[in-house]
Design a protein around this ligand. Structure first.
Ligand SMILES: NC(=O)c1ccc[n+]([C@@H]2O[C@H](COP(=O)([O-])OP(=O)(O)OC[C@H]3O[C@@H](n4cnc5c(N)ncnc54)[C@H](O)[C@@H]3O)[C@@H](O)[C@H]2O)c1
Length: 390
């Protein structure tokens, strides 16, 4: 489980461990470093990795081995595969924030080097060590952008001048982060073609939620909850705004529509991909989301579910994106493998609001306002000099 200390990697590791898989988690803790850089923190306190692993052993009787290292260090990747000898690798370990990648040149370069080089090192390590390892890699629905036609699952049949082929679906991503995922997808597809590797690219939608069956077994097992403008995902952020009496800030008109899924479905989808591996030489793409909503629809759902008064406020969109557009994306492959989705309803929003309410005194209101402007080549964060800034 690469990126096993992160928001999704940690709960997925516990889920797989409890379901009988032998799991190792790998991380270099750069995600915790971004919080230090920006002066923000997870709303829900999180224990450090060694404590998490010890607590899991105590609570479940199961061992999860922790490996500390950086995927951009190719020797680390090679040693990891030699030591753990995995049958499959789940790869969550990337810088995953679009705004973070758009802060300035240094953050764009960092994001692309971290993500693209880390994944490339891994492809080489797999090809050299054991080509039967199935790689399950997290991509994003944001790779496709918002075209005015239906989005397919990775590939589209095109007839051009009387000839027909099935080709990778055209990509129009909206940030240097999303572009890093597109570059990964091309590298992975190529590695499958030349070395016969087996890979699943999970083009995941925006995840909401925080609690899973395993993370609620002890406070030390909790996963992180980001609500700040750089790392917070939209529904989690609206829940925080509702609880602290801040207007729900919708960027622009709010017609931006995205595929979404419950954190518990991320866990289920990853396990389904592992249990039904790609064939040797196969590069397959699953669109990993369960429903689509516009940003305004989500704000309205939170406002309706919150028992107190809330107000929706339209703020200038710091991103460059279509604020109203067509959106229809296929997502049948995981359903065909047996995914039973947790759909977004008032119950889920109430449980998220309850999580926020328990930690409301930790909310930093200053962290909510957007600071990163897509139209500028350098944005000023509220904090001082950070990673790679010159
Ligand atoms: N959270 C979402 O809504 C969402 C949506 C779509 C796709 N994804 C993808 O899912 C994956 C996990 O997302 P998340 O929200 O859990 O992010 P996260 O930042 O919480 O977790 C990623 C983890 O990877 C680690 N990491 C990053 N670079 C590393 C490196 N070079 N070497 C070792 N460890 C490294 C980080 O320290 C962090 O703990 C990412 O690839 C992300 O792009 C997430």
């Amino acid at each position: 489980m690469l990126g096993g200390d992160g928001y999704l990697g940690w709960p997925t590791a516990l889920h797989l461990s409890r379901r009988g898989h032998d799991v190792g988690v790998v991380d270099n803790f750069c995600r915790r470093q971004y919080d230090f850089e920006m002066g923000v923190d997870s709303l829900v306190p999180i224990a450090h990795l060694q404590r998490r692993v010890r607590r899991w052993a105590e609570v479940s009787g199961l061992q999860v081995e922790a490996f500390v290292g950086d995927l951009t260090d190719h020797r680390f990747c090679e040693t990891l595969l030699e030591r753990f000898e995995p049958e499959a690798i789940v790869h969550f370990a990337e810088q995953r924030s679009a705004p973070y990648s758009m802060i300035d040149r240094a953050h764009a370069v960092y994001t692309q080097v971290n993500n693209v080089v880390g994944t490339l090192n891994l492809l080489y390590a797999i090809a050299e060590r054991d080509r039967s390892i199935h790689l399950v890699k997290l991509g994003t629905m944001g790779e496709y952008g918002t075209p005015n036609i239906d989005i397919e699952e990775g590939f589209i049949e095109i007839t051009h001048k009387g000839r027909t082929d099935v080709l990778p679906y055209p990509k129009q991503p909206g940030s240097f982060y999303h572009l890093s995922k597109v570059h990964d997808s091309h590298n992975m597809h190529f590695a499958c073609r030349i070395w016969g590797l087996a890979m699943t690219d999970l083009n995941q939608g925006v995840v909401y939620g925080q609690e899973t069956d395993e993370t609620t077994m002890h406070p030390d097992l909790a996963s992180r909850f980001d609500y700040d403008a750089v790392f917070g995902t939209v529904l989690n952020r609206f829940c925080v705004q509702a609880v602290v009496g801040h207007p729900l800030s919708v960027y622009g008109k709010g017609g931006q529509t995205r595929g979404m899924l419950d954190i518990r479905d991320t866990l289920a989808c990853v396990e389904l991909a592992l249990l039904n591996p790609a064939a040797p030489g196969e590069y397959r793409v699953f669109n990993q989301f369960t429903e689509s909503f516009s940003v305004l629809e989500m704000a309205e759902m939170v406002a309706a579910a919150y028992p107190g008064a809330t107000r929706i406020e339209h703020v200038e969109d710091p991103r460059v994106e279509k604020e109203e557009h067509y959106y229809r994306a296929a997502h049948t492959k995981l359903l065909d493998l047996g995914l039973v989705p947790h759909l977004l309803g008032a119950g889920t929003i109430h449980s998220l609001l309850a999580v926020v309410d328990r930690h409301r005194d930790r909310v930093d209101l200053q962290a909510i306002a957007p600071t990163v402007q897509w139209r500028k080549t350098a944005s000023t964060l509220k904090t001082s000099v950070g990673l790679g800034q010159e």
